[in-house]
Ligand binder design. Structure first.
Ligand SMILES: *[C@@H]1O[C@H](CO)[C@@H](O)[C@H](O)[C@H]1NC(C)=O
Ligand SMILES: *[C@@H]1O[C@H](CO)[C@@H](O)[C@H](O)[C@H]1NC(C)=O
Ligand SMILES: *[C@@H]1O[C@H](CO)[C@@H](O)[C@H](O)[C@H]1NC(C)=O
Ligand SMILES: *[C@@H]1O[C@H](CO)[C@@H](O)[C@H](O)[C@H]1NC(C)=O
Length: 560
């Protein structure tokens, strides 16, 4: 990618003492029972929970991934990493790469350019709720808070399902699911297990890295008798702020310092309670298990009394202050207005519509369309039904989300930490236009919840040429179409060089790598081959060979 040279010089400067951190991962089915119920899950090297990725700021991270699932495709996304000048390493299937077929190997390599708490997960056809996800930590040798804690812990939260994602997706995208209800989880996990102990010593301070790796449900968190000193949100440092309760949406991260109180020698509950917002709490939905508890343990033999919270009043996370004190960016050159609500397709299947239609997978990964359609790549037509939004290099971009639904939804942008200019309470209505007043020193992050029948406004500068999804991080809503695509600096993406193993993965999966969203290379403005409507049958990540040689072989077999 022809990235501006200041990115490279910045990277090289930090590379002086940097290492390459390498992982060799076989993606495999494993049997696990994190809540006592045994089921097949997707793990790494025959292990589950999956390993964490850990590096130091300035390192290069290299993950060699082999798909040994046999019956599903896969891909990996490194959530919160902006992939500056390595957009083709971002991971979403049919966006920056092809789904990786069983038996194939694919290498991800990128710079750990910013410190913080991240996570990695499959970004392939609703697959990660089957367990293919894990923490990713980038340590900061110059951590501004390093003198304020002695040790650190990871605390992941997840809703958990006893059925596999493919089955759940098929029931979700089914005409008999008349209210479009997402699947109800069967349990709540902490660190992919339950009843976890965190040893706590009097007088010591602990940094907890809280990550919601769940598929769908946000969680409230509260530490018995201990305040959370919040120092980071989504890998962006904050001015330290005390919170008694936080609401953590899927994909959000909070780093908090817990100061072990000196009052008594006992154990303290850490309560994680799934939030039943309107989307999930109608009478027609089954009631699901709600709480999980971990323990701050000072007395291993002592009693473990559950933490009880009378009222949930989580800290308003749109009011955190960024530690760098960076002011609001100048007014926008472009504004993407993203109106969304549930809708129904011609088969009677419930979808999520963005400005009137659901996102539909293209036949060619969107980045490859941008790289192979020459000057046509600045015409939205070539991208089909991915809700393309074209911005030029250096543009200040606003994303306005008008939530016309009765549920709260967490939105995530790839490739950028955006500023949260405004985010209002339930029922505020649509964005009033440019007259709106914004937070002058807004927090910066990559995932934010947007309240029911209300709106939020995010701002970023387009300094990272590439193709970036903006989507709801309820994985079931992604499968229903709640996604748009930012095409950033298309003129800089023409003739982009894609790594050879990435192109090979497409051949193996039988997916074209050139032309518009319908695979038309000769005439990119010819839309006749583009799918504008989602398919009637949901196949998720299921491996269905479409490669020409496979087809030929099966035809021969039939004729025998
Ligand atoms: C809806 O259809 C799915 C898939 O055919 C089936 O598994 C499920 O049981 C059906 N649900 C109801 C309520 O009929
Ligand atoms: C979960 O915890 C909350 C807060 O303490 C409590 O109100 C609720 O009753 C608990 N739910 C269950 C099912 O125990
Ligand atoms: C994009 O292509 C369409 C279809 O050919 C055409 O109508 C439209 O004018 C083009 N837009 C631009 C900005 O060139
Ligand atoms: C794939 O294999 C796993 C592990 O054997 C099995 O549990 C699962 O049902 C299979 N899925 C599909 C889509 O065939």
């Amino acid at each position: 990618m022809r990235a501006p040279s200041f990115f490279l010089s910045g990277a090289l400067a930090t590379l002086a003492a940097a290492a390459t951190v390498e992982y060799d991962w076989d993606i495999t089915w494993v049997t696990a029972a994190p809540d006592g119920f045994s089921r097949p899950v997707i793990g790494v090297n025959n292990q589950w929970p999956c390993p964490q990725i850990r590096a130091t700021k300035g390192d290069t991270i290299r993950v060699k991934m082999t798909n040994s699932l046999g019956n599903q495709t896969t891909s990996l996304h490194f959530h919160g990493i902006n992939q500056v000048s390595t957009n083709f390493m971002d991971g979403p299937s049919l966006v920056t790469q092809c789904p990786v077929a069983p038996g194939d190997t694919f290498v991800y390599e990128f710079l750990a350019d910013e410190a913080g708490t991240y996570w990695w997960h499959s970004h392939n056809m609703g697959q990660y709720p089957d367990g293919l996800r894990g923490p990713m930590i980038i340590d900061d040798p110059e951590d501004p808070y390093k003198d304020e804690y002695d040790e650190e812990y990871i605390l992941t939260i997840s809703d958990w399902y006893h059925e596999q994602s493919l089955f759940l997706g098929q029931n979700l995208l089914n005409p008999n699911n008349t209210i479009g209800a997402p699947p109800a989880p069967n349990s709540v996990l902490i660190n992919d297990g339950q009843n976890l102990d965190y040893p706590l010593e009097v007088g010591k301070n602990y940094r907890f890295r809280i990550i919601n790796m769940g598929a769908s449900v946000s969680a409230m968190i509260h530490f018995d008798s201990h305040d959370m000193n919040v120092i980071m949100n989504d890998a962006a440092y904050l001015e330290k702020e005390i919170a008694y309760q936080l609401r953590v949406t899927p994909a959000q991260r909070y780093d908090v310092i817990i100061k072990g109180i000196e009052r008594d020698n006992r154990n303290f509950g850490v309560l994680v309670s799934l939030d039943r917002n309107r989307d999930y709490s109608t009478a027609a939905n089954p009631v699901w298990p709600q709480n999980a508890t971990a323990w701050l343990v000072m007395d291993p033999e002592g009693e473990r009394r559950p933490d009880v919270v009378d009222v949930w009043r989580p800290f308003d996370d749109s009011h955190f202050k960024p530690l760098d004190g960076k002011n609001i960016l100048p007014p926008p050159d472009k504004t993407l207005v993203f109106n969304f609500q549930p809708c129904r397709d011609k088969y009677g299947i419930n979808r999520q519509c963005v400005n009137g239609s659901p996102y539909v997978n293209p036949k060619v990964p969107t980045l490859y369309t941008a790289a192979t359609t020459g000057n046509f790549n600045s015409n939205e037509t070539v991208y089909g039904a991915v809700h393309p939004f074209i911005v030029e290099y250096g543009d200040i971009v606003d994303i306005v989300v008008n939530n016309h639904d009765g549920g709260i939804h967490p939105f995530h942008l790839h490739g950028h930490h955006f500023q949260v200019l405004a985010r209002h309470a339930t029922g505020r209505g649509d964005w009033p236009g440019e007259t709106d007043s914004y937070n002058p020193v807004p927090p910066q992050r990559d995932t934010v919840s947007v309240h029911p029948r209300s709106y939020a406004v995010f701002r970023f500068q387009a300094h990272n040429p590439g193709v970036y999804l903006f989507h709801c991080h309820v994985e079931w809503h992604v499968e229903m179409g709640l996604t748009a695509t930012i095409i950033e600096a298309p003129d800089m993406l023409r003739d982009l060089k894609i790594p050879k193993d990435h192109i090979k993965a497409c051949k193996k999966a039988g997916i074209p790598t050139k032309g518009n969203a319908g695979g038309n290379y000769k005439n990119p403005l010819d839309t006749s081959n583009i799918d504008y409507e989602p398919p009637a049958e949901y196949t998720g990540a299921q491996w269905t060979p479409t490669h020409p040689t496979c087809k030929r072989r099966s035809r021969v077999m039939r004729s025998l």
